[in-house]
Design a protein around this ligand. Structure first.
Ligand code: PLP
Length: 371
């Protein structure tokens, strides 16, 4: 699905130098490389504060802790997402309230958010799924009316721009009260291990976030809050500093691959190509097709026989996951999510796809659907 080896070869001298510098100085934890990457990312995103942490899941958890969400508070999120979003809500004993998504963009449906609001609702967690922003203006308006926090799960859309109705653009993750991202190797900005970060414009919230990622420590060995240990290590920061410089060029390559796929599959009744949302640029974390009347299992097997990975993100909706079975929800409650789970397929999507590979992937897929 991704080709990290080829990508590394392109930037090997810079990456190796960055890693070697960290080892030479032995500043493995909270070294200058972390601060340097943090500064670069703040500039890139146009945000006051980036707080690095250990992974995207922690970024979400720490955000909810720093905002002071309390057990029993309801947090609204999309039913079609990676488990981490709901997991941290459940871990903090908050109440996850799931809402369905838009069948075209796969992003959270603002009308469904409105219907899910109760007096206990405290926050909305839109997930910018597969590399495209959720409808943030509508979400901000709902949040304003009901005095709710907006926590952006931006683990899949770093670098995407949201375009407001007046033309103003903001980077995904910098629009709500707090934004969260992951630097897992296969994400659009991936390191060589685990990593994550939290973004905010708010000075007070930023200092709270910094305390919580560091054991709730305000002054060395004085712990004013219950925190966690969640750090981005210096070696990962050195890798990320190099890769951040290439992030926009990586998005261009991903879009080119997506355009190639789009053209190849245009007019195929069995395949719906990804819909571009007019208020967001798309950084194609995934290229996801919705199949129609196609035996998905046979398709996957055929593609596997051609050594082409085809993945299903996500095969089981949150409300049907064993650990999240909840008397509030039953099969049929989230028809769009449930249908997507049964019909989506994601094709290889990364920065190193050349025309030959793309032609091989598309012709193989056309072969199997037209058999
Ligand atoms: C990857 C991902 C996460 C979790 O990030 P980790 O760094 O793996 O903890 C959370 N939410 C979404 C939508 C993701 O894609």
């Amino acid at each position: 699905m991704v080709d990290l080896q080829q990508q590394y070869k392109q930037i090997k001298p810079e990456i190796d130098k960055g890693i070697q510098e960290v080892i030479d100085t032995c500043a493995f934890i909270n070294g200058p490389a972390v601060k340097s990457f943090q500064d670069d990312l703040e500039t890139y995103l146009g945000i006051n504060h980036v707080i690095p942490c250990a992974n995207g899941t922690d970024a979400l958890q720490v955000s909810m802790m720093a905002l002071g969400l309390q057990p029993g508070d309801e947090v609204i999120t999309a039913s079609f997402t990676f488990i981490a979003t709901a997991e941290v809500i459940a871990l903090l004993k908050l109440t996850p309230v799931l809402v369905d998504v838009d069948p075209d963009t796969f992003n959270i449906d603002p009308e469904a958010i409105r219907r899910a609001i109760t007096p206990k609702t405290k926050a909305i967690v839109p997930v910018h799924i597969f590399g495209q922003c959720a409808p943030m203006e509508e979400i901000l308006e709902i949040a304003r009316q009901h005095n709710l926090y907006v926590i952006e799960d931006n683990c899949q859309a770093i670098g995407a721009d949201y375009i407001f109705h007046d033309g103003l653009q903001k980077k995904a993750g910098t629009i709500g009260h707090v934004g969260c991202t992951s630097f897992f190797p296969s994400k659009n900005l991936g390191c060589y291990g685990d990593g994550g970060a939290i973004f905010t414009h708010d000075n007070e919230l930023a200092s709270q976030l910094r305390f919580i990622v560091n054991h709730g420590m305000t002054v060395r060995y004085y712990h004013d809050f219950i925190g966690v240990n969640s750090r981005l290590d210096s070696i990962q920061a050195a890798v990320l500093k190099v890769k951040l410089k290439h992030l926009d060029e990586y998005a261009v390559k991903r879009r080119a691959a997506a355009d190639f796929y789009d053209k190849a599959f245009a007019g195929q009744p069995g395949l719906k190509t990804p819909v571009r949302y007019h208020k967001s640029t798309h950084v194609f974390h995934q290229y996801t097709l919705v199949t129609n009347n196609i035996d998905r299992k046979a398709l996957q097997e055929f593609m596997a026989s051609k050594e082409i990975p085809v993945m299903i993100y996500y095969p089981v909706p949150l409300h049907m996951q064993k650990a999240y079975i909840d008397p509030r929800y039953k099969e049929g409650d989230f028809p769009v999510t449930e249908s997507l789970s049964e019909h989506v397929i994601s094709l290889p999507m990364h920065t190193e796809l050349d025309e030959e590979q793309l032609a091989y992937i598309t012709s193989s897929l056309l072969e199997v659907i037209n058999r």
